[in-house]
Design a protein around this ligand. Structure first.
Ligand code: G
Ligand code: G
Ligand code: NA
Length: 253
């Protein structure tokens, strides 16, 4: 049986799990949000990362089911964190292909409304990609999520076709600067200029910036110094199970 053929059954059997990676707000040194990252605990193949099965699901009709499962789990975990007094948002990755899929927004609306979680605590991370060639259509679709109260984050910023004009055409709350620009920013002048100018440009447009792939304390210090809003990466935390998020926030108080 193909991996893809096993996906629905794996969802039903509880083999699809989430881990969460914190995004640290640099001004307050608190976790502002966490990104949900999907894992498949496969019976025979072991723990599979999203790079193995997400692209397969994207090329079939199964990405909607997988994403709705992930969103449902993320909402449940968020409700549990809320009940424990944690104030944070949760970010879910949404494939570009799904953004303007018919009915997807309506199903999301139903899920959110049936939950005890305010939509303002949800973030959709969308990678700008070839699938988003029709910027006007993408903008309209993203706007429909935003009307529900969900924040929009542009993932892997800087690796695709994204330009200033593209950012202006899309309703964007946050952009995630790709790790390739971030990782050496504290020791490479060109990367430093790129990060610094992206931060000021984003701020001019009212957009928050998350630096991805922050692995070193020196990098974190650099990001603080240039006014970057948030940082995510091994220097702060690896992706962890939902239960570990509570202790993580308390440690930082
Ligand atoms: O930690 P990591 O190997 O989990 O993530 C690899 C990539 O897979 C990341 O670029 C991430 O955006 C993507 N990814 C993780 N979880 C999901 C998910 O639930 N849906 C989609 N579409 N992509 C995901
Ligand atoms: O593109 P996206 O942000 O969704 O990707 C998340 C991916 O990045 C996951 O595979 C996650 O495990 C990985 N990741 C998270 N933090 C770091 C880091 O500090 N360094 C590197 N190299 N990868 C990271
Ligand atoms: Na992401």
């Amino acid at each position: 049986l193909s991996l893809l053929g096993e996906l629905d059954e794996a969802i039903a059997a509880g083999e699809i799990e989430l881990v969460y990676q914190p995004k640290l707000a640099l001004a307050t040194d608190r976790i502002a949000s966490v990104e949900a990252l999907v894992r498949w605990n496969h019976r025979t193949r072991g723990r599979l990362g999203p790079d193995v099965f997400v692209p397969l699901a994207e090329r079939s009709d199964r990405i909607a089911g997988l994403t709705l499962h992930v969103l449902g789990r993320a909402i449940a975990d968020l409700a549990a964190w809320q009940a424990q007094g944690l104030e944070l948002s949760v970010a879910v990755n949404i494939s570009a292909k799904l953004v303007d899929a018919p009915d997807f927004c309506a199903v999301v609306q139903g899920l959110v409304q049936a939950s005890a979680v305010p939509p303002g605590r949800l973030i959709f991370e969308v990678t700008e990609s070839a699938a988003m060639t029709d910027v006007a259509a993408a903008a309209a679709a993203l706007e429909s999520f935003r009307r529900l109260g969900i924040a929009i984050s542009i993932d892997d910023y800087g690796t695709g076709q994204s330009t200033l004009s593209y950012l202006r055409q899309l309703p964007v709350d946050e952009l995630k600067l790709d790790r390739r620009f971030v990782q050496n920013a504290h020791r490479n002048r060109d990367d430093a200029i790129l990060v610094q100018s992206t931060v000021s440009l984003a701020h001019e447009l009212g957009i928050k910036v998350v630096a991805e792939g922050v692995e070193e304390a020196e990098c974190l210090a650099f990001l603080r110094a240039v006014g970057c809003d948030m940082a995510q990466g091994y220097a702060i935390s690896r992706p962890v199970p939902a239960a570990s998020i509570v202790g993580f926030q308390q440690e930082r108080i």
